[in-house]
Design a protein around this ligand. Structure first.
Ligand SMILES: Nc1nc2c(ncn2[C@@H]2O[C@H](COP(=O)(O)OP(=O)(O)OP(=O)(O)O)[C@@H](O)[C@H]2O)c(=O)[nH]1
Length: 260
């Protein structure tokens, strides 16, 4: 790379050296040598500048390629993490659904036997006191036989709705069997539980579902048992079940407290 003035000077020197009248000039040889060395150095410098320019262009290109690769990898990574987030959300949803289905009854959406068993086992561990009440619809087979299974189902759902409304937030109501419900009344002694269940039975007797041109209602029998210190919940349940059988034997539509 030469400045414009420098190029002009070189041309002048070359012209002077070419002139025949300077052929014998005492400075000519030295000037020619200086001129050729200078040109040589200039050519070397030009080559170096060229190499440096190419190197810089290559470095810029490499940097651009690296940057593009990095951006592509980042984009891929973001896409993958979006897919992974969606997949995880889907799996969480699936797990929740599976958990809900495994622990709840499909018809009434009430906790099923498995969930109630888990809660009772936890309660036994905690040492908190509770009373269990088994409630069973009276003559439900007759309802199905006379009005059809669909009406029976409707009645179960309507009873569940009223049961939910009639209980305190910390009580648990589950579907224990076909037409049998289990109430878990936490921190509740037998006499208080009995009042709660009687109030509930009265409300449940008011539940009506349509069947043809009639309104259908049912009564429920209940067996209650209070958990005793150190006792396994299955024992409490057996007493409640016995009490329920007694209530049925005594004519239904009543509560029986397990005393023994
Ligand atoms: N519609 C309907 N019926 C059910 C369901 N689960 C159980 N059942 C019926 O509930 C009835 C229970 O009959 P039983 O055990 O003889 O008792 P019950 O007729 O209620 O007589 P008591 O309990 O002695 O008063 C049976 O006919 C079952 O088919 C259900 O999900 N839907």
């Amino acid at each position: 790379m030469k400045a414009r003035g420098e190029e002009g000077l070189l041309e002048r020197v070359a012209a002077l050296l070419d002139e025949p009248r300077h052929a014998e000039h005492p400075l000519r040889e030295a000037l020619e040598e200086l001129y050729l060395k200078y040109r040589d150095q200039q050519e070397q410098l030009d080559r170096l500048m060229n190499i440096s320019d190419r190197y810089q262009a290559l470095a810029r290109e490499a940097q651009q390629v690296t940057q593009q690769r990095y951006e592509r990898a980042l984009k891929r990574q973001k896409k993958l993490s979006r897919i992974s987030d969606r997949y995880q959300a889907l799996m969480r949803e699936r797990n929740q659904t599976l958990h809900q289905e495994a622990h709840h009854d499909a018809l009434t959406e009430l906790p099923n036997r498995r969930l109630i068993d888990e809660r009772l086992a936890q309660l036994d561990q905690s040492g908190r006191r509770y009373t269990l009440a088994l409630l069973d619809i009276d003559h439900f087979k007759q309802v199905n036989d006379e009005h059809g299974h669909d009406v029976g189902d409707e009645l179960l759902v309507a009873i569940t709705r009223t049961m939910r409304q009639g209980l305190r937030d910390h009580d648990l109501c589950g579907r224990w069997g076909g037409e049998e419900f289990l109430l878990l009344l936490g921190d509740t002694a037998l006499d208080e539980a009995s009042r709660i269940v009687e109030r509930l039975r009265a409300r449940l007797a008011q539940v009506r579902v349509p069947s043809g041109d009639r309104w259908l209602s049912v009564t429920l029998s209940a067996g209650l048992s209070q958990h005793r210190d150190g006792e396994a919940y299955l024992t409490t349940l057996q007493r409640a079940d016995q009490a329920l059988l007694e209530a049925k034997r005594e004519g239904r539509d009543r509560s029986q407290l397990a005393t023994r």
